[in-house]
Design a binder for this molecule. Structure first.
Ligand code: SF4
Length: 465
């Protein structure tokens, strides 16, 4: 029987299936951040070891300050305690740890691929919703809850119900100026924030294949915003070139063996998906979210939608609520909407290509907003950007050039906006209060965020290419 990529990976990890549909799966990689302390506490109370410490990797990202790499500089006692606890737990249990001063530190979903920890065909989990990012390399990767983190630490396995398989195909030549972020926002706008619920999603089609590895990570990262359990893309030559030579990637004979296995991963011709969605890639334009759900997205060149045109009464009510919170009026041109702050960062858009795209718009121009902040996704991304002189472009334009971390994506480290402020953000969630109580978040690509920064309002980045 022809199989989907998801089924191949799932089948390869099954240890045992129960009559109630629960399946025990083997976990290849467990990524840990500050929130994992409950799991370590559980082990310590029972004097248990981590089952496979060599397959677990810990990094501080959510609470880490972005103003300094010296933990003593932060006044946040909770953050300091969580970061030091992670380090102590990792040391005690023999887990690889990328500390605040490590060259391997960064957002967990940036460093996994960057370090070669993320590989095609692996089953990867992390106590974080955006673990789907790793599917861009052909892995089956998903976020897990605190009790599941404990289970994986103790057993290197996990009980799961098998999700259904969905394929989202985006075909056609990519219009100039359209990025991976615009593609995933267009997908979610079409299928809704619940459109992929209960499914492992495979992104396919000529436009998806045309995306760079980093853009593929952006697309898979936001699968969860459409309700998907996981997102994945078939590994190809781009994937293999990206992986080769990375710190934890196989080499020598191991590389040849791994490559042979990876080449067999893509979905077979004739494989059947439980659901199929298609999008015309040629119709996608630079996008932004205008409401409080990622599905409330439109082209930057358009106007604020009218709830009177919503598909049904329930949606019309949601749209009205969202517009009320976000402070926009139906029919307003997005280019007339003033922006207070700009954030470039997060596991969605903080990789080197993202910084290059933003810098290309910023070069020789000046920020026209109250605050513009960039937090590279990892130490290595920051180092690479500095080697290319991108930091100078950001700083000369008026951006704050910060250290790596989750930063204003969620604000756990204190990087927050103020009530009523409007933020153009390259992150993945625009829920109420995500970037601070009463803050109005609009999700955009890095180039669009830069365009907003230099104009003081939303703008089509293609006007600054
Ligand atoms: S950058 Fe944001 S979405 Fe990504 S792991 Fe950090 S808090 Fe989560």
């Amino acid at each position: 029987m022809p199989q989907t990529q998801f089924e191949k990976i799932w089948d390869a990890h099954v240890i045992e299936s129960r009559p109630d549909g629960q399946t025990l799966l083997y976990v290849d990689r467990h990524l840990l951040h500050e929130g994992s302390f409950h799991g370590f506490e559980y082990l310590d109370q029972r004097d248990m070891p981590v089952r496979r410490p060599g397959q677990s990797f810990a990094v501080a990202d959510h609470y880490i300050p972005t103003t300094s790499r010296n933990l003593a500089d932060t006044e946040d006692d909770v953050a300091r305690s969580l970061i030091t606890r992670l380090e102590a737990n990792a040391a005690k249990h023999g887990v690889s740890h990328f500390g605040i001063d490590s060259e391997s530190q960064g957002i967990v979903h940036v460093i996994g691929p960057e370090q070669g920890i993320t590989l095609p065909g692996l089953l990867i989990v992390c106590g974080d919703s955006h673990t789907a990012t790793h599917g861009a390399l052909g892995a089956y990767a998903f976020g897990i809850g605190a009790s599941e983190v404990t289970h994986v630490l103790a057993t290197q396995t996990l009980w799961q119900m098998k999700p259904k398989a969905m394929r989202i195909s985006v075909d056609g030549a990519r219009p100039a100026g359209v990025t991976g972020k615009d593609v995933i926002l267009a997908i979610i706008a079409q299928i809704s924030a619940a459109g992929a619920t209960g499914h492992a999603v495979e992104f396919a089609g000529s436009l998806i294949r045309d995306l760079s590895m980093e853009e593929r990570m952006t697309v898979c990262n936001m699968t969860i915003e459409a309700g998907g359990r996981a997102g994945m893309i078939a590994p190809d030559e781009k994937t293999f070139a990206y992986i080769k030579g990375r710190r934890y990637a196989p080499d020598g004979e191991d590389w040849d063996k791994a490559l042979a296995a990876w080449l067999a991963l893509p979905s077979d011709e004739g494989a059947v998906f439980d659901a199929e969605v298609t999008l015309d890639g040629t119709a996608i334009r630079p996008m932004l979210t205008w409401g409080t759900s990622p599905e409330q997205a439109a082209a930057l060149a358009d106007t604020v939608p009218d709830p009177a045109n919503a598909p049904n009464a329930e949606k019309a009510e949601e749209w009205r609520d969202a517009l009320d919170y976000i402070g926009l009026t139906a029919g307003q041109h997005f280019r007339d909407v003033a922006v207070d702050k700009v954030f470039i960062g997060s596991c969605t858009n903080s990789r080197i290509e993202d910084l290059r795209a933003a810098a290309a718009v910023l070069k020789g121009r000046q920020v026209q907003v109250k605050q513009a902040l960039v937090s590279p996704g990892s130490f290595l991304v920051k180092k690479q950007a500095e080697a290319e002189g991108l930091d100078r472009i950001f700083k000369e334009a008026g951006f704050e050039w910060r250290e790596s971390g989750c930063s204003m994506c969620v604000g756990m480290n204190g990087d927050l906006a103020e009530r009523g402020e409007r933020v153009a953000s390259t992150s993945n969630r625009n829920f109420r209060g995500r970037q601070g109580q009463g803050v109005r978040t609009h999700l955009v690509s890095p180039a669009s965020a830069a365009a907003a920064a230099i104009t003081g309002h939303f703008a089509d980045p293609r006007d600054f290419a």
